[in-house]
Design a protein around this ligand. Structure first.
Ligand code: AMP
Length: 411
């Protein structure tokens, strides 16, 4: 017997309730993003590897360990996207849109990272994402965050999610802070994990992100960025907080938030939850003013976030209801009339199916199994009278309805 094939490690099928949860997250996000003035884009799932290698930076873990990169048949190096932002910036430049700013973009789709799979962490997962390209003002940061918060509220999970906010300052602030961190961690380097020792030279801010218990103890007493913020950077951060308060978005400041990627500055934030164990981040984002220029475009200030659809779907309370349609059940020689009813229902926009296998009992079982809310039963006598029996499958009530009135009756 051939071996039964399984989904590749770290991937999962979305079927039934899983798919409905997933789709509900995406539909809700698209609707709210639309209200906030975002237009949907779709960028390719794979890109020239340089799109990610150049922008995620040599020091980012995503580039170093997690990318699905391969040579295609033509010998080009291709990478399955690990995130949206780099592709969006590439698309902005490729489509000549750097002259039509700002652009407010919403995206949804699969991402790929070669990570160690566990609950809430997959190798193919899904993100929703918004980006504002071409706005340098703190109001843009606040609008982006508010839109994310409104999506979380509309999903009914805002009780389980906290917004944590930080600033990474401008280049000058970051340089001074970086020096302070290097000095601090160098003093304690005997207690640092091997990974963090390597980060010490390349990207000391990332040590703040470390999950290693020994590192975390050190991080607890590490300097924060606040005293190193320039006046301009401090003012920007105050602006973001003022607008968030104005929009009624609750947040908690967390000076330990850094983004793993190198092109972030100023605002950095995460939406976190206590409900998913180790995988506590449902999303995050920040400001990345230097990225488009690295893509070969002009200097375009930008801010955005990505939220994990799989994790949001896990947090949803009641699963969205399965669509309940109508089952049409012919008895005797009434197939043609039954098909006409099915067709009339579908034309009226009502989900409808014919249950035609087996005896009446089997047919009614089928109606229940497909989750029908009503059955339309039609026998030879009914045809003669120009009616069919409409049975409410919740209450069991049944009555004869004229054939032409059936779609209106079941709408
Ligand atoms: P990031 O781009 O790493 O900031 O991720 C943004 C969000 O995407 C995270 O907060 C998660 O909700 C989700 N995410 C990231 N990596 C994975 C993964 N491997 N599996 C499932 N969701 C993920």
């Amino acid at each position: 017997m051939p071996t039964e094939l399984q989904p590749a490690r770290g991937t999962h099928d979305l079927i039934g309730e899983d798919q409905r949860r997933h789709q509900f997250v995406i539909d809700t996000a698209r609707r709210i993003a639309g209200i906030y003035g975002f237009d949907q884009w779709a960028t390719p799932i794979f890109e020239d590897t340089r799109v990610f290698a150049r922008t995620l930076g040599e020091t980012s873990d995503v580039v170093m360990k997690e990318m699905y990169t391969f040579e295609d048949r033509g010998g080009d190096s291709i990478t399955l996207r690990p995130e949206f932002t780099a592709g969006v910036c590439r698309a902005l430049v490729s489509n000549g849109l750097t002259q039509s700013l700002p652009q407010k973009v919403f995206l949804a789709g699969p991402m790929f990272r070669y990570d160690r799979p566990q609950k809430g962490r997959y190798r193919q997962f899904h993100q929703i994402d918004i980006e504002v390209l071409g706005s340098a003002e703190p109001l843009a940061d606040a609008e982006v965050i508010t839109c994310g918060w409104e999506i979380i509220k509309a999903l009914g999970i805002s009780q389980q999610v906290v917004l944590e906010l930080n600033t990474l300052g401008d280049k000058e602030s970051r340089q001074a802070y970086r020096d302070a961190l290097v000095a601090y961690f160098t003093e304690h380097q005997g207690a640092l994990s091997q990974d963090s020792l390597e980060r010490l030279d390349r990207n000391p801010l990332r040590i703040l992100d470390s999950k290693d218990p020994g590192d975390r103890k050190l991080v607890a007493d590490a300097p924060t960025i606040t005293p190193y913020l320039t006046e301009a950077a401090g003012g920007f951060y105050e602006g973001v907080k003022r607008y968030l308060t104005l929009f009624g978005v609750p947040f908690r400041e967390n000076p330990r938030i850094v983004r793993g990627l190198d092109y972030y500055g100023h605002t950095a934030f995460e939406f976190i939850t206590t409900k998913l164990g180790a995988q506590d981040a449902v999303g995050g984002g920040g400001r990345y003013d230097g990225l488009v220029a690295e893509m070969g475009g002009p200097q375009v200030p930008a801010v955005g976030w990505a939220l994990g659809v799989d994790r949001l779907a896990l947090l949803l309370d009641g699963p969205p209801a399965a669509p309940a349609g109508v089952a049409v059940v012919p008895i005797g020689d009434t197939e043609a009339a039954a098909l006409e009813i099915v067709q009339a229902l579908r034309q009226a926009g009502i989900r409808a199916e014919m249950a035609y296998r087996g005896n009446l009992r089997r047919r009614m079982e089928r109606a229940n199994r497909i989750g029908a809310r009503a059955a339309v039963i039609i026998g030879d006598d009914d045809i003669a009278r120009g009616v069919a029996q409409v049975k409410d499958l919740q209450t069991g009530e049944q009555e004869a309805v004229a054939l032409k009135d059936i779609p209106a009756r079941l709408r």
